[in-house]
Design a protein around this ligand. Structure first.
Ligand code: FAD
Ligand code: EPU
Length: 341
């Protein structure tokens, strides 16, 4: 157990805050021991720190999950069931599966963070979400000390959502996740840029490795590398609005980037709204809106979490006044603000 421990290397925004107490665990026994010795009520589980914004020092215990291990646990005619420790690095796990020709995760290449955090917000990219390949997870119930299993239905996955962000918030620590991966790949190339990337390379019959390489190339072309420029990916969710509101916005902004998701709902591209509000590349002190992807807020160096939070409030207010749409933060704000705008 470390005291007054700097979290700067443990969050991809590179915010220099301290945890009052900090420890790592690589087995469930170690996790139990950490919790038994927890000198404080407040508890935060940390994976790669790639979806967090610390606005002040953490007055409690931060536990870093380092449970490792990958195992093929079961198979049938069509699927392999692959279990990974929550502390495995997500992208390394994806590459391991691709190397074994286990299909389904290739579109999720290069997402930072850990396997254990992937179900928290049902990570998604380029037409795939983990709910599409998820089988089950095990999680440590903090109050009882028991391990509980959750199937897909019990996780209540939605767009950047799961039960662990709502009804079961702060109650469980995910220890492993099992994925049902296909023996015969069903490639998902519907996201425009993937097909373009394959065409440019002249690939007509892509493998899952080709899809992964295409996704990596697209991501590298627009998303900042946190090792170079602090960020946590998309700072806001793409807002889902009703059709009537959408028609009103479209009447004024015929080019608004959107996806029809049902007969009554439309998802707007928040990046488009931010760019068209004139905020792409906008800078406020040592933080700002990324020049290539307006949905990403960046730390140019030395920014405090509160400054980035204030910038996000400015963006929410600007978008609401210009388009009548309220953006919701996607990044976890730590500590949770009682009255998040
Ligand atoms: P952390 O940031 O450490 O934690 C996130 C949340 O999960 C916190 O609430 C934490 O307490 C909780 N948590 C973490 N581990 C556990 C556990 N084992 N048990 C219980 N709770 C836990 N996300 C996408 O969905 N799609 C993208 O395309 C995408 N692109 C990104 C690109 C960049 C450049 C960056 C920096 C981020 C991107 N993200 C994306 C966001 C981020 O990578 C994901 O949310 C990722 O799953 C976070 O993993 P982590 O281990 O870093 O989680
Ligand atoms: N757009 C703009 N200006 C911008 C950014 C985007 O006009 O500055 C427009 C694009 O032209 C495009 C649309 O918005 O028409 C969508 O852009 P993009 O394909 O870059 O994806 P996104 O909607 O901005 C989402 C996810 C990403 C994920 C990508 C790819 C959310 C909140 N974000 O971004 O996830 O990687 O799609 O699937 O859903 C993350 O969660 O951290 C993340 C990076």
């Amino acid at each position: 157990m470390q005291h007054n421990f700097s979290l700067k290397p443990y969050n991809t925004f590179g915010i220099d805050v301290k945890a009052k107490y900090f420890a790592s665990f690589s087995t469930i026994q170690e996790l139990k021991a950490c919790l038994l010795n927890n000198p404080h009520d407040a508890l935060l589980v940390l994976g790669g720190g790639s979806n967090m914004l610390f606005t002040e020092d953490y007055n409690g215990l931060v536990l870093r999950n380092e449970i490792k291990g990958i195992a093929l646990v079961q198979q049938d005619d069509h699927h392999v069931y692959v279990k990974a420790g929550a502390g495995e690095v997500w992208h390394e796990f994806v590459q391991f599966c691709i190397g074994n020709n286990w299909a389904g995760l290739e579109n999720l290449s290069l997402i930072p963070g850990s396997v254990g955090a992937s179900p928290m917000q049902n990570i998604g990219a380029y037409g795939v979400e983990i709910k599409d390949v998820f089988h089950e997870l095990s999680a440590y119930h903090i109050e009882s000390g028991e391990i509980h299993k959750f199937n897909k239905e019990q996780c209540e996955f939605g767009y950047r959502e799961s039960v662990f962000k709502h009804a079961l918030k702060n109650q469980y620590i995910i220890t492993d996740v099992t994925f049902a991966l296909a023996k015969n790949p069903v490639l998902q190339t519907s996201y425009g840029a993937i097909q373009q990337e394959l065409d440019v390379k002249g690939i007509v019959q892509p493998t899952i490795k080709d899809i992964s390489d295409a996704v990596i190339a697209i991501r590298q072309s627009k998303l900042p590398d946190p090792k170079i420029l602090g960020n946590a990916g998309s700072f806001f969710k793409n807002p889902v609005i009703d059709l009537t509101t959408f028609e009103k916005i479209k009447a004024q902004h015929p080019n608004v980037a959107h996806y029809i998701i049902s007969e009554t709902e439309v998802k707007l591209a928040a990046g488009w709204l931010i760019e068209n509000a004139g905020l792409k590349g906008y800078r406020q002190g040592s933080c700002g809106v990324h020049e290539k992807q307006a949905l990403v807020l960046v730390n140019y160096g030395g920014s405090q979490g509160q400054q980035i939070f204030d910038l996000s409030t400015h963006i929410i207010q600007t978008i609401e006044s210009q388009f009548g749409v309220k953006l919701e933060r996607e990044v976890n704000i730590i500590p949770t603000h009682e009255s998040i705008l």
